[in-house]
Ligand binder design. Structure first.
Ligand SMILES: Cc1cc2nc3c(=O)[nH]c(=O)nc-3n(C[C@H](O)[C@H](O)[C@H](O)COP(=O)(O)OP(=O)(O)OC[C@H]3O[C@@H](n4cnc5c(N)ncnc54)[C@H](O)[C@@H]3O)c2cc1C
Ligand SMILES: NC(=O)c1ccc[n+]([C@@H]2O[C@H](COP(=O)([O-])OP(=O)(O)OC[C@H]3O[C@@H](n4cnc5c(N)ncnc54)[C@H](O)[C@@H]3O)[C@@H](O)[C@H]2O)c1
Length: 441
């Protein structure tokens, strides 16, 4: 009998399994696919590998006539081969990480059969505690011609960049892929059901991102309902209400991801779920004692991203090894859409702050006036900061190529509620990004 049995081996599992095992618990991880789950094999890591040349290309573009005379072109087949090389080895190394930490690795599809029992290929495994780290699966539009639609995994394995790419949905996946495919030379059209791309992000910066992508040739079609996809002589045809029609060579369905709750026996134990995932209490415990859940499969208001899955897995390690009995207490969470420019944000949104002017002040800094950004000729960037009544930084959002580094840098100031005087004690390297913002805090 194991002390803890994880179903799923993604970020929401191994970041808990390893410290639990190192603390002396008998731990096993069951995985039916690639070890490391989505982020390692077909999510964050693959995406950032495909984005790297885009980021470099945009930086070089900004310096045309300022030290550079040409912009390099992306060689997609070479880039894809590089992605396969970098990402292809991760599953095996993720598995080895578990083995080295003395975690038992079990391969196959797990089904819960009783409160402490899981079945994998006719073998029963029992455990004191079971952790469901099942992740999410791509949502697929339920329309005729559904089989012609592709998901994020398909896109990130494309050997040839399609000439005409249609993307349905303008969330994280839709926008990031639009930026990459556009830089790689594809004629990209993003089709939106509503009128608000990247709903969770600060909208004035989303609007600037849309303008920037439009200027590069990406088309955005708002308020469209796709009814069907058909194969035609030279590709595919999307059709929708009010005579909407669009021709494309390849279509990505980026309409979101759904919690993976339907094939692991949750119903046998009547584990409570809703459309957002598995319901848990403030200790990540499901309605069934000794069964817990972490990561994307959890029904939660926090963003379904890797660092949150890691935080939850590490919390369970502390809980199960007796280091804490406290409820999970999420810190400030930075989120980023990896377009170019990027939008990165953390803490109180300027939109929320603007609704309570007595409680918050909001300040915006335009990078066209910042000498450090002028060095790289980055004119289209801004940082917005939110301060509370004590003038402590409580929120920040940046639209720029370096937004991730700025927001990660400001994260500790926000989380630790550092005062202006405390921040002034940091002696950063000069010149550096930190120097371009620390005086503003
Ligand atoms: C295209 C894309 C890009 C992304 N980019 C980013 C990013 O840049 N930054 C970021 O923070 N997040 C990003 N994410 C989100 C991130 O990948 C997820 O938040 C993270 O992978 C969640 O980890 P998890 O462990 O909860 O689930 P997963 O990684 O989904 O792992 C779940 C695992 O459980 C296994 N499993 C499920 N059921 C069973 C069963 N019954 N038996 C055995 N095994 C089972 C699955 O095979 C899977 O391997 C991205 C996601 C996508 C799709
Ligand atoms: N940078 C990152 O951190 C990152 C990157 C990629 C994915 N992710 C994670 O992966 C998950 C999935 O991302 P995603 O972009 O697929 O989902 P999402 O929820 O961010 O976006 C889905 C989009 O599809 C649209 N949509 C939904 N139903 C539709 C329909 N019937 N017709 C047309 N449009 C429709 C929505 O309005 C939305 O714009 C999220 O949990 C996200 O956190 C994170």
């Amino acid at each position: 009998m194991f002390d803890v049995l994880f179903i799923g081996s993604g970020q929401g599992a191994w970041n808990g399994a390893i410290p639990m095992s190192q603390a002396g618990l008998k731990v096993a991880v069951i995985e039916e696919g690639l070890f490391g789950g989505v982020c390692s094999n077909r999510g964050c890591n693959a995406k950032i590998t495909l984005d790297k040349p885009v980021e470099l290309m945009r930086n070089i573009e900004q310096l045309q006539g300022r030290g550079f005379d040409t912009v390099p072109q992306i060689n997609w087949p070479d880039l894809m081969a590089h992605k396969h090389e970098v990402i292809g080895r991760l599953a095996a190394s993720n598995e080895q990480k578990l083995v080295k930490a003395n975690v038992q690795v079990i391969k196959g599809h797990a089904t819960l059969t009783a409160e402490h029992t899981v079945l994998v290929d006719n073998t029963e495994y029992t455990a004191e505690k079971i952790v469901l780290a099942l992740g999410q699966l791509p949502h697929r539009l339920d329309i005729p011609g559904q089989n012609y639609l592709h998901d994020s995994t398909d896109f990130m394995a494309l050997t040839k960049m399609p000439q005409r790419l249609a993307i349905i949905g303008a969330g994280y996946v839709g926008m990031e892929f639009a930026a990459i495919a556009n830089a790689a030379g594809s004629d990209v059209t993003v089709v939106l059901r509503g009128h608000q791309p990247l709903r969770e992000f600060y909208q004035p910066y989303v609007e600037r991102l849309i303008i920037s992508l439009r200027n590069r040739g990406v088309k955005f079609l708002y308020d469209q309902t796709i009814d069907s996809v058909t194969e035609v002589a030279d590709g595919f045809r999307l059709q929708g209400a009010n005579q909407f029609a669009l021709a494309a060579d390849y279509i990505v369905d980026a309409t979101g991801r759904l919690p993976h709750v339907d094939d692991s026996g949750l119903e046998v134990l009547k584990i409570a779920t809703n459309k957002n995932g598995i319901e848990v209490d403030d200790h990540l415990q499901t309605n069934v004692p000794d069964i817990y859940a972490t990561g994307d499969v959890v029904a939660k208001s926090q963003p379904k991203i890797t660092p949150v899955a890691i935080f939850e897995a590490q919390y369970l390690a502390q809980l199960f090894t007796g280091q804490t009995t406290q409820p999970i207490n999420y810190p400030s969470i930075a989120t980023t859409v990896f377009t170019s420019p990027r939008i990165s944000q953390v803490g109180v949104s300027p939109t929320v702050a603007a609704q309570s002017p007595l409680q918050y002040t909001v300040e915006t800094f335009d990078y066209s006036e910042d000498w450090f950004r002028q060095v790289q000729n980055e004119a289209d960037g801004s940082l917005t900061l939110v301060f509370d009544q004590e003038h402590i930084l409580v929120g920040a959002v940046e639209y720029s190529n370096e937004a991730v580094d700025t927001i990660n840098g400001l994260l500790e100031i926000i989380e630790l509620r550092l005062t202006h005087e405390q921040v002034q004690r940091f002696i950063y390297t000069f010149p550096s990004l930190q120097h371009s913002y620390f005086r503003k805090v």
